[in-house]
Design a protein around this ligand. Structure first.
Ligand SMILES: Cc1ncc(COP(=O)(O)O)c(C=O)c1O
Length: 440
C-alpha cells in the first residue's frame, strides 16, 4: 500500500530547504519530518492531497465509508463522534440523549459537558467492566421514557473484555438507535483471523487509538464511519474533528498513521493470527498453573492478582524488577499488552517470571462496587460551575465538579454533577484519590 505522507516528508527533507515556516526548530533540532501544513503537505481536516489519499487507504483497510486521522488520540475522536451524534439528533429536531455503559472513559464526561447532551447510564458491578448485551440493552431501552439517539459502549475495556457488538447493533438498529463504540483498545481487531472490529459488526461510528495496539506513535488515532451510517456522518466527520482539534497537527503522527497502512496491508493479519495462538498457549499454561485470567482480548492478558496472594500493583513491581513494564495495575488487576512483533524469547521469559512467582494464599477482599450515583446537575453546569478542591473524606453530600480519575484506566468513579456519597468516598479512597473538585 502506498505511503503518500511518508513519501512527501522524505522528499521534502531531501530538498534541504531553508524553512521559513513553523515549527521553530526549522528541522535543525528535533525530527526533520516534523513540519506544518505547508504547500503540498495538505490540510488535516480539509484534506484534498496526500492526507486525503492516505486516509482513503486507511478506509479501505478498515472497510469504512470514511476514516479520518486523529493526531490527538481517541480523546479527540470520541468528542467528534459525540458531536456528530448531537448534530444528527438536532437535524431531526430531537434533544440528544446518549445511553452509555458506565465504564466510559473520562473524555465521554468531558464531551457531555462540552456538547450538553443528556446521558442515561447502563450500570455494571465493576468500575472498569460493564457488560452490555442485547437483553441488558432491551431492558434499558424499555426503562427510558424516550428513545435514545445512540448507545455508547467501551469495547474492549481496559481489562480486555469485549462486548458482543453484532447483537447490540441489531437491537440498536431495530429501534432506530445509533451505535457508537469506544474501540480505543481495539484497532487491531479488524486484522484478527475472525474480524471482530466494531465497524465490521455493525457499529455506526468508532474511535480507535492506533497507538495503543498498532505500530504507530502516541497520539495516532482514527475516527471510523460505517458504510451503513447516516450519510451526514461521513460528510461532516472532518468538521466534527476540527471543532476540538489543534490547527497544528503533528506530521510525525500523520506519517506514522500513513506508514501503518503499509504495515497493516503487508501480512499483518497472518502475523497477528500466529501470535494469538502463541499467546493463547501461554495463557492456557498459566491458567493450568493456577493463575486466574480475565478478558477476551488477543493482545492483552489480565490477571486477577489477589487470587495468587498479591495486589496487582505488587505483581507489577515484581515484573518490573525482571525487566517487564506492565500497562496497568491496581489493587485487583494486572494488565499486560502485547505486540505480534514479540518473539518467542520475550514470551517464554515472561512465562518463566510468572511460573517462578512464589504464590501465597488468595487475598479475599473484593473491590468496592461502583456507587449508583444520583445526579444533581447537568455535567456542563457542574464542570463550568465555581468549584473548590476538598479532601475526599470531607466531600459527602457535595456535588462533583470535574470527574477525578486515576489514569489509567481513566474511568470516572463519579460523573460531573453527581452527588458524592459515603460509598463513592470509599471507592475514591480505594483507588487512591485523596482530593476532588466539588461545586461551591
Ligand atoms: C477506553 C479508552 N477510551 C479512550 C481513551 C483515550 O485514548 P487516547 O489516549 O488515544 O486519547 C483511552 C485511553 O487510555 C481508553 O482507555
Amino acid at each position: 500500500m502506498k505511503t503518500p505522507i511518508k513519501d512527501f516528508l522524505e522528499e521534502y527533507t531531501s530538498r534541504r530547504t531553508t524553512r521559513l515556516h513553523m515549527p521553530g526548530h526549522k528541522g535543525l533540532f528535533g525530527h526533520p519530518h516534523d513540519i506544518t501544513e505547508i504547500d503540498g503537505a495538505d490540510v488535516l481536516y480539509s484534506p484534498s492531497g496526500i492526507i486525503k489519499e492516505s486516509e482513503t487507504y486507511a478506509a479501505e483497510l478498515f472497510g469504512t465509508a470514511r476514516t479520518v486521522y486523529s493526531a490527538e488520540g481517541s480523546s479527540l475522536s470520541i468528542k467528534a463522534m459525540l458531536a456528530l451524534t448531537v448534530t444528527y439528533a438536532r437535524e431531526r429536531g430531537e434533544r440528544p440523549l446518549i445511553l452509555a455503559a458506565r465504564n466510559a472513559h473520562k473524555t465521554f464526561v468531558n464531551a457531555a459537558a462540552l456538547l450538553d447532551f443528556d446521558v442515561e447510564w447502563i450500570w455494571g458491578d465493576s468500575l472498569i467492566h460493564c457488560p452490555v448485551n442485547a437483553s441488558v440493552l432491551e431492558d434499558a431501552i424499555k426503562r427510558l421514557g424516550r428513545k435514545p439517539t445512540a448507545l455508547y459502549v467501551t469495547s474492549p475495556d481496559y481489562l480486555g473484555n469485549i462486548c458482543d457488538i453484532r447483537p447490540l447493533a441489531d437491537v440498536c438498529h431495530e429501534h432506530g438507535i445509533l451505535l457508537l463504540v469506544d474501540n480505543a483498545h481495539g484497532a487491531y481487531l479488524r486484522f484478527l483471523p475472525e474480524d471482530i472490529h466494531p465497524i465490521t459488526l455493525g457499529a455506526d461510528l468508532s474511535c480507535d487509538s492506533a497507538h495503543k495496539t498498532l505500530p504507530a506513535i502516541t497520539g495516532a488515532g482514527y475516527l471510523h464511519v460505517s458504510k451503513n451510517a447516516p450519510s451526514i456522518f461521513a460528510e461532516r466527520a472532518d468538521e466534527a474533528m476540527a471543532l476540538f482539534a489543534s490547527t497544528s497537527p503533528s506530521y510525525l503522527i500523520l506519517e506514522s498513521l500513513d506508514a501503518a497502512n503499509a504495515y497493516l496491508s503487508d501480512g499483518f493479519g497472518e502475523k497477528l493470527g500466529l501470535f494469538k495462538e502463541r499467546l493463547d498457549g501461554m495463557k492456557k499454561r498459566l491458567e493450568a498453573a493456577g493463575f486466574t485470567l480475565v478478558g477476551d482480548e488477543a493482545l492483552k492478558m489480565t490477571l486477577l492478582a489477589k487470587d495468587c496472594g498479591y495486589l496487582g500493583t505488587e505483581l507489577s513491581s515484581y515484573l518490573e524488577k525482571r525487566g517487564f513494564v506492565s500497562e496497568f495495575s491496581d489493587p485487583d488487576f494486572l494488565t499486560l499488552m502485547f505486540s505480534p512483533e514479540f518473539g518467542e524469547e520475550e514470551l517464554s521469559a515472561l512465562e518463566n517470571a510468572f511460573l517462578s512467582l512464589q504464590r501465597k494464599s488468595p487475598i479475599k477482599s473484593e473491590p468496592p462496587k461502583p456507587p449508583r450515583a444520583v445526579s444533581a446537575m447537568r455535567p456542563r453546569d457542574a464542570v463550568l460551575a465555581p468549584s473548590l478542591t476538598v479532601d475526599v473524606k470531607e466531600s459527602v453530600g457535595r456535588v462533583l465538579a470535574s470527574a477525578s480519575v486515576s489514569c489509567p484506566p481513566a474511568v470516572p468513579i463519579l460523573m460531573s454533577g453527581e452527588i458524592i456519597t459515603k460509598e463513592a468516598c470509599e471507592c475514591f479512597e480505594y483507588y487512591g484519590t485523596e482530593k476532588i473538585r466539588v461545586v461551591k
